[in-house]
Design a protein around this ligand. Structure first.
Ligand SMILES: NC(=O)c1ccc[n+]([C@@H]2O[C@H](COP(=O)([O-])OP(=O)(O)OC[C@H]3O[C@@H](n4cnc5c(N)ncnc54)[C@H](OP(=O)(O)O)[C@@H]3O)[C@@H](O)[C@H]2O)c1
Length: 250
């Protein structure tokens, strides 16, 4: 674990759920952690708790991303980038698609990866042990009714991982995609505009993954020796075998 000491890990969307748990897990694994998100109060609190650093970040804006990258440069440069910020909005079929929701999903889950990776790759390449992680989704390789906007965004995130694997070949930068199934976070609240009842429905009758379960996948992949590239990790609750295939307790 001590090999991680002095490696700076950037976690986007570190104010909640998987991002917050990843920041904690990487700190515990010896990384210096730089947390980014829009809700600065939350990331500052978490950074103070773990001895990390926090800065406002809107992953959908190139200005904000560039400013963030200058800041991580001043901290010594990033070695690991965890592209975690993202989420879903709505569950409408294509025939009733809500333009605003699709734009949000494409910008937050897809454009963000391009902007963040473009800005941080020079620092990551300079580090002896560079690694880009994408928090994709099981919805990035399998569709479900009503999932179209989110599916399209996460399929795109999956494609970017495949592209990056080819583009980074020979440059000694690792790339890993984590594809979780159902994880209990604020994801459902965001998807359903704060409707708690709808947000909790997917987790009924199963034991969902926790944010910590996914964070552990990230920690493991980035802590392996530099010659080991874990291309992707599919991780789901034991009672989930597909994006819409659950066996639930009555
Ligand atoms: N929960 C699941 O079942 C599940 C399953 C598969 C994949 N995922 C993926 O896992 C990732 C994390 O989601 P989560 O489940 O942990 O949900 P979450 O608790 O809602 O966290 C989402 C995070 O994304 C950040 N974010 C959203 N828009 C942003 C922006 N424009 N700029 C910067 N940060 C932004 C939020 O921070 P601010 O609002 O403070 O900016 C928040 O920290 C997402 O990519 C999601 O698609 C989740």
């Amino acid at each position: 674990m001590s090999e991680n000491r002095s490696r700076l890990a950037v976690v986007t969307g570190a104010s909640s759920g998987i991002g917050a748990a990843t920041a904690r897990a990487l700190d515990a694994a010896g990384f210096e952690v730089a947390l980014g998100a829009r809700r600065v109060d939350r990331i500052e609190k978490l950074a103070a708790e773990i001895g990390g650093q926090a800065k406002f970040l809107d992953v959908t804006g190139s200005g904000s991303v560039e400013e963030f990258a200058s800041w991580t440069e001043s901290l010594g440069g990033a070695s690991v980038l965890v592209n975690n910020a993202g989420g879903a909005k709505g569950l409408e079929p294509v025939a009733e698609m809500v333009e605003e929701n699709w734009r949000w999903m494409f910008e937050t889950n897809v454009l963000s990866i391009g902007l963040m990776t473009r800005a941080l790759l020079p620092q990551i390449r300079r580090s002896a042990n560079g690694h880009v992680v994408i928090i994709g989704s099981a919805a990035g390789v399998e569709t479900y009714p009503g999932g179209s906007g989110y599916n399209a965004a996460k399929f795109a995130a999956h494609a970017i991982k495949e592209n990056l694997r080819l583009e980074l070949l020979g440059k000694d930068v690792r790339i890993t995609e984590i594809l979780p199934g159902a994880v209990e976070t604020e994801f459902g609240l965001v998807r359903f505009g704060g409707d708690k009842e709808r947000a909790e429905t997917p987790y009924k009758g199963i034991i969902p993954l926790t944010a910590e379960d996914v964070a552990e996948c990230v920690r493991w992949a980035v802590s392996l020796p530099p010659h080991v590239n874990v291309d992707r990790i599919d991780v789901k609750p034991v009672r989930q075998a597909g994006v819409a295939r659950f066996v639930r307790e009555a």
